[in-house]
Design a protein around this ligand. Structure first.
Ligand SMILES: [Fe+2]
Length: 310
């Protein structure tokens, strides 16, 4: 039976992709960002997921404003990188998992979440940048990826509660898939950012850090947060964080936070990254390896490296 082994959040700003593509990751500005993901890549190598379900938003690459689905599930066998104006990013074609995707579509739609089924789609930085941050830059992505595009670009986006409940339905779908697959769910975008207008460049670290705390321990509180609060506190594009609630809804109520990284700015956004695993319980946590402790120490090392690179 398939199961969700972890949830991850990650920034997806295009400038991070450009820094990778233009070999600027060692420059002090970018090293500060990438160093925070070094241990996450190591965690991912150990986690070895069979499939990733990646929640992101399309930035008018696959869907123009003429047609914007609220939730669109990628059911194709592959998803080529989109040309966003500078040619497609030099990243591998994303291979899908049509069987699991079709199963999710059926289960979730019968659970009354009306997903759009997409059988042909190009994917932009919203999907490929998080893959780079967690998998590096391999010749082929190490596992299939099922894209789930959420509309956060054209009013009205879905509510946080709807996203959270969709995550719940996705979890039920995954758990009823007969093949033994280890699945990691990504929630991408955020954190606080405002791209245009008088508040352009807005960063609200206090709000962001409280959001990360609640994502880990009290996601129901976040699920009740109205759109207006995201926009007032985190800027117009801060609304992207509703997508994280799809990921969180797909996990158990109780989770173990095994790693967290936060830095500002990247381009004009705050970068928030967290890895959540199903709660192991005190007894289980006392046995065998202790990834949480290891990764907490890794977080401290990443912080020290950030301080040195300033
Ligand atoms: Fe975005």
């Amino acid at each position: 039976m398939a199961r969700i082994i972890a949830g991850v959040t990650s920034s997806h700003v295009p400038a991070i992709g450009a820094a990778i593509d233009n070999h600027q990751t060692e420059e002090p500005y970018w090293k500060r960002v990438f160093s925070g993901f070094e241990r996450s890549k190591e965690w991912m190598r150990q986690a070895k997921p069979d499939v990733v379900i990646l929640i992101y938003n399309d930035h008018a690459s696959a869907f123009s404003v003429e047609m914007v689905p609220t939730f669109a599930l990628g059911c194709a066998a592959e998803f080529p990188p989109a040309d966003e104006g500078w040619g497609p990013r030099p990243v591998p074609v994303v291979k899908g998992h049509p069987e699991l995707a079709a199963h999710i579509a059926q289960s979730v739609i019968l659970d009354e979440f009306d997903l759009t089924v997409v059988n042909k789609m190009e994917v932009d930085h919203g999907l490929t940048v998080p893959l780079n941050l967690l998998f590096g830059s391999p010749k082929e992505w190490p596992c299939p990826v099922i894209p789930l595009a959420v509309n956060v670009v054209l009013y009205p986006p879905p509510t946080g509660h709807r996203c959270f409940m969709l995550g719940r339905a996705i979890r039920k779908a995954v758990q009823s898939y007969p093949e033994d697959l280890r699945v990691v769910v990504f929630g991408t975008g955020g954190m606080s950012h405002q791209i245009s207008g008088p508040r352009a460049g807005l960063i609200n670290s206090k709000f962001d850090k409280a959001f990360l705390d609640n994502l880990s321990k009290n996601p129901q509180k976040l699920a009740r947060m109205p759109h207006l609060e995201y926009m007032r506190e985190a800027g117009a594009e801060g609304i992207e964080m509703v997508m994280w609630l799809v990921m969180r809804g797909a996990l158990d109520d109780k989770v173990d936070e095994v790693y967290r990284f936060y830095t500002v700015p990247a381009s004009n956004t705050a970068v928030g990254h967290i890895i959540l695993e199903p709660h192991r319980g005190k007894k289980a946590a006392g046995k065998g390896k202790k990834p949480a402790g290891k990764l907490k120490r890794a977080a401290a090392r990443a912080k020290a490296e950030v301080r040195r690179s300033k």
